[in-house]
Design a protein around this ligand. Sequence first.
Ligand SMILES: NC(=O)c1ccc[n+]([C@@H]2O[C@H](COP(=O)([O-])OP(=O)(O)OC[C@H]3O[C@@H](n4cnc5c(N)ncnc54)[C@H](O)[C@@H]3O)[C@@H](O)[C@H]2O)c1
Ligand SMILES: O=C(O)[C@H](O)[C@H](O)COP(=O)(O)O
Length: 378
Amino acid sequence: MKILVDENMPYARDLFSRLGEVKAVPGRPIPLSELADADALMVRSVTKVNEALLQGTGIKFVGTATAGTDHVDEAYLQQAGIGFSAAPGCNAIAVVEYVFSSLLMLAEREGFALKDRTVGIVGVGNVGGRLQARLEALGIRTLLCDPPRADRGDDGDFRSLDELVREADVLTFHTPLFKEGPYKTLHLADDALLARLKPGTILINACRGPVVDNAALLQRLQAGQALHVVLDVWEPEPDLNVELLQHVDIGTAHIAGYTLEGKARGTTQVFEAYSEFIGKHTQIALDTLLPAPEFGRITLHGPLDQSTLKRLVHLVYDVRRDDALLRKVAGTPGEFDKLRKNYLERREWSSLYVQCDDASAAALLQQLGFNATHTPAR
Ligand SMILES: NC(=O)c1ccc[n+]([C@@H]2O[C@H](COP(=O)([O-])OP(=O)(O)OC[C@H]3O[C@@H](n4cnc5c(N)ncnc54)[C@H](O)[C@@H]3O)[C@@H](O)[C@H]2O)c1
Ligand SMILES: O=C(O)[C@H](O)[C@H](O)COP(=O)(O)O
């Protein structure tokens, strides 16, 4: 059995070699010659999986180690009888921590208290839901917009996108990319929406580039509209508009989900799905795969305020690192993908053990996802 895996998928070689012969290949472009005699294909979001790619091959199963599935023609796979699995939620924590790293940096630079801001979350699924929980743990007001969930009758105080635009100080997008249909998200943030944003609004896009009309956004920023912008995803990728990058506050190379934990969860989720598909049910415990983090243990004296939280968060992950790396190479062909392929190890907050002598600091850090304990001072 031959299994093709994207070379940018940690632990894939080790895991999938338990099931067959593994070949690691680039995902963009994927070498077509390798597909002909392969049985299974494990991709990331950069590989367009459709009839043009798979027709005439022996592929029986496709796994994508990603949350988003807009690069996969699922209707074709179903009609062709090809098994499929994505990795829902695998990197949701990573994206939430990216958003926090960005917000805490902007709050410090612009001199505002996050707890005085209202955050509008568009798309309240794995990412948006976890973001809501962590923001609310800090006493930050959230406004939620998720029409599919509202229409399904899910619990939650769902508002219209218009209301978020009117009221939110931060508007952050966490929807799938739907190019058509009742819940279309292509250019959900179009010129008309951008025009209505309150002065000083922080606009964040860490879902898919085309959810925000990048040309309209650039025009508005060039015309001097007062916005702060954080973009992890671009329209198009990998050839983003360098002028737009120059106008945003934080710009990164589609790496919001790139913690080691997030990527490893993605790999293990598709590995488990494929094992099941071929009748060899196997479960993998994530902590058996992950190495020790660079910073393992820290002691925090006293209570937790915004400035302390910012320093703690940035100890684990400071988004300015990825912003600087992208600015250095943007516009040079191939460099966007190279940054993603050679991504420096990044861990989640849970990898940091924080010993607190203040009980409320320990409780809050636990709610935020740190590995925190309370040890009273002697
Ligand atoms: N930048 C990254 O590295 C990165 C990482 C993970 C996910 N993503 C992207 O973010 C998206 C969201 O991730 P997730 O794990 O939360 O997915 P999810 O499927 O768990 O949640 C998506 C939510 O968006 C809602 N939604 C759908 N259409 C909507 C609309 N028109 N308006 C408002 N809400 C709508 C859905 O009902 C759902 O609750 C993914 O589809 C993926 O494209 C990006
Ligand atoms: O949808 C996702 O899961 C993310 O966008 C994913 O992290 C993107 O990374 P890629 O698959 O392109 O490596």
